[in-house]
Structures are given as C-alpha cells and as structure tokens.
Design a binder for this molecule. Structure first.
Ligand code: SF4
Length: 635
C-alpha cells in the first residue's frame, strides 16, 4: 500500500516491550486514518469499562491518511484517542503543526501506548529506533520548556514533540497535549491520560520518504487543491482567523456570555477578530503544507500581561472572553498562553473558570476557597490566576480540575443547574438554545459537548432551516455533518478547508495517494462506519440515551437578549429531535444500532459489544407521554 507507512507500533510502558504489526489493507480502506484508526484501536484493544486512568487504558496516536504529503491543510495532522477522563466514554482530539508529518516519516501510521512507566518517561521514535527515556528532569516543566529541553537533549532541533504540562501530570481531567508550541490536541483530557502513565512526551524524528501511488496525478490534484485553498472559500480564515466569528455569532445571539446566562456579549467588539488583529496580531503563520495560513499569533506589548503570546481563535475568545465576561484581549492572549504552557484545554478551562465565577457570585464558594481571589465575572487577572491554580490543583483549583460536572456534584447548592457540559465535557461556544439543529448535534456528539463532530450550526445560521424550530428532518442534517466530519477527521483534513472539498475529491485524493480504489459513496460509507463504531464504543462503556442530552440551563433558562431572546430547548423538543435522529440512523429508540445496520457497515463483529443492552425498538407515538428507558447491562 502506498501513502501509508504500513506500520502499527505497540509500546507497553510497564514492561518496556515494543512490537510492530502491519497496518493491513482492510484497516486502511475501512477506517482511513486519524479518527477511524483511533476509535477502532481503542474499541478493539481496551477492556470494556476500564477506567480512563487505569494503566491498561490504551492511548492511540494516529496519522491522518495524508500526513507527510503535500495536501493543503492536511500534511501535518495527527489525532489521539483514549477513554476520556471527563466522560469515561470516547476521548479523541486532533492537532496540526508538524508532529503528524514527522510521525509518518518515522514510519508509523499508529502508535498505541499501554501500561504505566515506573518513573516519568518520554518516548523517542527515530525511524526504526524506539526508546523509552528518562523524563525526571522534565517533570514539572511547562510545555515550551519541555519541547526545548528534549530537542536540546537529543541534539536535534528537527525533532517534533507532543507533550504534557503540569496539568497533565496532576491529572487535571481536561488536560491537553501540546505540540509545536502553539498547537493543542485539546479536548477530552488526553493529556491527563498521558499523565496517568507517567508519560511526559512523545518525540519523533523521521527520515523516510512518504510514497504516493500515482505521483503525477497526485501532484496535479494536490496543486489544484492548494490553489483553491487560497481562494474565496477560505478568505476569512486567512484575514482574521476563526476570531472573525466573534461579531457574527454575537449578532446572532449565539455567543454564550457569563457562563451562558445570556448569548449576547455587550463588549464583543473589544475582543473581536478585527480588534485583536489591529492591536495584537504580530505574525500570521501556517501548518506544514498549508496555503491558508490561518494562525494569527497575538502578542501583548504592554500592561500587566506584557510579553504574553498566544494563538487567537474564536473558541478561546468565547471561553476566556464572553463566557467569563472578560473584555480584554491582552488577558485572553495570556490565558491562551497559560493553557499552552500548563497544558489545559483552553475551551474547557474558560468554561470551568466561568462556572467558578458564577458559583462565587452566588455565594456557593468564597474568597477563602479561591485563595483570596475576588472571582467575579470580568475579573481578567483573577481568571488568569485561576488557570494556574487549576493546573497546580491549588485551593478551589483542586476541585475545578475535575471539570464542571464533578465540581458541581461536590459543591451542591444548585450548582449543577449552571454546570455547562455534555457527557462531562464543557460546552464549546455556540449557544444552542437558539440553534435547534445544532442543539441536537451537541446532544449526540460522541465526545461530549462539541460543534466539531457535526458542524450542525451551519444549517441554522445559514438560514437553511428555521433555527428556532425543533422538527423531524434535523436528524438527517446532523447525520450528514457527523459522517462528513468522521471522514474529515480520519483523512485528517483541516476543517477550515472543507468548503473546497467534497466526497468526490476526498475519494480521488485517497486513491491517488494510496492506490486503493475508492468512490465518493464508499468514502461517505467510511464516515458512517466510523460514526457508528464511535457510538458502539460509547454504548459499551455505558453511555446511552440518558447522556445524549443538554445542560440543564439550556433546557430551563431562555436566552435573555438579542434576536434569540426567549429561546431554549425543552425536554419535549430534545426527545423529538433524538427520536428522529436515532430512527434515521437505523438505531433503536435507546440509540443502539440494529443488527441490519451493523451488517450493512461491516461491523457485525461488534454485535457482541452491544449484547445485554436494551433494544427498545417500539417507536413512540407522538403525543404519548414518553418514558426514557435507561440503558443497562444484563448481569
Ligand atoms: Fe493549519 Fe490553519 Fe492551515 Fe488549518 S488552515 S492547516 S489550522 S494553518
């Protein structure tokens, strides 16, 4: 097989043993790379219901199909998957930079790590050489120091490093893995899984060629895509980056504000992409092989955060901006930098701090808990101080490091009503109360609260549907997005370039690169297969219909202002949307794939993973009182 390195590397940190196995054509063709490989590997190799911090919980690093190739927005991507310490379900995260390309050049498609090292360690891969090296001198260091020290120790600035900071070491449940300084595999706590294994970093250097099947055809098509990637479809990313969304979403009353107490931030103009660009952006750069170059690097030139540097995107502008009520771009840049250095998921971190701010304002926690910080909304310095306390588990930071779901359960006093999470993973920055298709996408998202599993805000915000209405048919829209994103996250192609691709072009590029024939329909089917396998994994781990839900606030407190004023998602609306989605998927009303669906997707071997789960196939009649069946396992 061309394109792929044709190698899976297994490393057991407990025994120090390593082995390789061939990738296999069936694995490549059915699961593509990235997300597909990660989900397949943890489903096959993880013992059911293993705790996320159990040494036997495998963590899987994978290349996208095109890692190491000159495919615009794809050449450097990589993914990571493991049982999530946040949801205790599917954990997956994707990053870019240069690490993915180096991993493929070193000769691996997948690296799976199990066990726990006796002492802090890091893995160094250099082509065929696999070493588990001492990381005692790195433990406690932040990510940038770690990267610099490893490069210096190995005497090679070309080494690429994916590492964890103190947050991962301290098992902060929403810890990220950071690579190439500013890039994060942020969501679902993959950094904490590394920490639980005493694994500080994976460093990689590769000198192999990456061969494609049809050199001329591939080159011609890759150049065509590259030229398109510099066209109008990606202009906003090149000019302002995703921070361009701040004013757009705020105008649509979809920018969650002060821990989702509202959806319009009165000072959005101060933290907009335009404002950041004018005042702070010093450099625009791109990942390996990318012509879009969306990376707007902000620098703080004066004031208390002077010298801070961070990548400015929409999501941190929401999490560290509107969600915490902070209207200072300098503080947002500093907060992003702290997340990169300590190694926390910036998104979850901002939402956790916003949760703490609301708890403080409601008198549930006090200055005694915060170590003297007056943690009101809008307190920029307090926000930054809290990030460090969370990463180091100091004061109330120790509880907040568990994430909002667990922290709310411990605090009580009604805190669960404003804990903004789905499946234990904190909400990303689209206020779903006035975006009903998107609300469904969030509720069923396999990795918890997320817009990146489906992109279902698109039909709502583009006016393709009535965004304020819950109705049948939304299930199909979410499914279309999910299966497409399963393909995108497996190939792995930057989502910012999705406007220049379609299933035909994905399939064409795949065949040119690998030599494996693939049609557009087969590619779509790969997406459906990967989406279904993700669901099977979650069901097996005990995550059923009751976890496909929304935060209590989204179902009980309407948006207070703007064009979405009065909007929320009622329990009845959510049930209607879920029923429609499950039925359209070919799943039971408990969300369990039918045997026919498994067979259709070549997943019949996984039927045994679902054995013992309830399969309530009787359809609910509309208007009838619904009883939600809790999914249970037979003893
Ligand atoms: Fe990287 Fe941005 Fe290019 Fe995507 S668009 S590959 S994130 S530089």
């Amino acid at each position: 097989m061309k394109g792929y390195a044709n190698n899976i590397l297994y490393i057991n940190l407990s025994s120090g043993k390593t082995k390789t196995e061939p990738l296999g054509k069936e694995m490549a063709r059915n699961f593509l790379g990235g997300a597909g490989f990660g989900i397949k590997m943890i489903t096959d190799h993880q013992r059911p219901t293993t705790d996320a911090f159990d040494p036997e919980n495998p963590i899987v690093y994978s290349c996208g199909t095109f890692s190491g190739m000159m495919v615009a927005g794809s050449g450097s991507k990589w993914g990571v998957a493991a049982k999530s310490p946040q949801s205790q379900g599917l954990g997956e995260a994707y990053s870019t930079g240069f690490f993915g390309a180096e991993l493929r050049r070193a000769g691996y498609d997948i690296v799976m790590v199990t066990g726990k090292a006796e002492r802090p360690s890091y893995i160094y891969l250099e082509d065929d050489s696999v070493q588990i090296l001492d990381a005692n001198h790195l433990w406690g260091k932040h990510n940038w120091d770690t990267e610099d020290t490893i490069k210096s120790d190995l005497g090679d600035p070309g080494v690429r490093v994916a590492s964890i900071g103190p947050a991962g070491e301290n098992l902060v449940r929403f810890s990220a893995i950071i690579n190439d300084r500013l890039r994060a595999a942020g969501r679902t706590g993959m950094g904490a899984v590394m920490g639980s294994k005493n694994l500080k970093a994976v460093a990689v250097r590769g000198f192999n060629d990456v061969e494609v099947a049809d050199v001329d055809g591939f080159k011609e098509f890759a150049l065509e895509i590259y030229e398109k990637s510099k066209g109008p479809a990606t202009e906003k990313y090149r000019l302002l980056g995703t921070a361009a969304n701040v004013l757009t979403l705020n105008k649509q009353a979809a920018m969650p504000t002060r821990n989702w107490q509202d959806a319009v931030f009165e000072n959005a103009d101060k933290i907009s992409g335009e404002a950041l660009n004018e005042m702070h952006v010093e450099k625009i750069q791109g990942c390996d092989s990318c012509g879009m170059r969306c990376e707007h690097v902000g620098v703080v030139r004066e004031g208390p955060f002077k010298g801070a540097i961070g990548r400015v995107e929409y999501e941190p502008s929401y999490a560290f901006g509107s969600c915490t009520g902070v209207d200072r771009p300098d503080a947002i840049i500093r907060a992003v930098q702290l997340s990169d250095l300590y190694g926390t998921d910036a998104l979850s971190t901002g939402v956790v701090v916003a949760f703490a701010m609301e708890a403080y304002e409601k008198g549930i926690i006090s200055k005694k808990d915060t170590g003297g910080i007056e943690l009101e909304f809008g307190n920029a310095e307090g926000m930054c101080d809290m990030i460090e306390k969370i990463a180091l588990r100091e004061d109330i930071g120790d509880l907040l490091a568990e994430g909002v779901e667990r922290a709310a359960a411990k605090l009580g006093k009604g805190a669960e009503k404003f804990a903004m999470h789905i499946k234990g993973v904190e909400m990303t920055g689209y206020d779903v109360r006035g975006l009903k298709t998107c609300a469904l996408g969030y509720a069923v998202s396999r990795r918890g609260a997320d817009h990146q599993r489906h992109g279902a805000y698109g039909p709502d915000l583009k006016g393709q549907v009535d965004r304020f209405k819950a109705e049948k048919g939304r299930g199909q829209l979410v499914i279309d997005g999910e299966d497409l994103y399963s393909v995108i996250d497996s190939l792995i192609i930057c989502k910012f370039s999705r406007g220049i691709w379609d299933y035909d072009s994905y399939a064409k590029m795949y065949t040119l690169a690998t030599g494996i024939p693939m049609t557009a329909e087969e590619m779509r089917r790969c997406g459906e297969r990967i989406s279904n396998l993700g669901k099977i994994y979650n069901l097996r781990e005990g995550i059923g219909r009751e976890r496909d839900t929304l935060p209590i606030r989204c179902m009980t407190e309407p948006i207070k202002s703007g064009i979405a004023k009065g909007s929320l998602v009622t329990r009845e609306e959510l049930d209607l949307l879920l029923d429609d989605y499950y039925e359209t998927r070919g799943w039971s009303e408990d969300g369990i794939p039918s045997d026919a669906k498994l067979k259709e997707l070549g997943l019949e071997d996984y039927a045994e993973h679902l054995r013992g789960l309830k399969r309530t196939d009787t359809k609910r009649k509309s208007g009838k009182k619904k009883t939600t069946k809790k999914m249970t396992k037979k003893d």
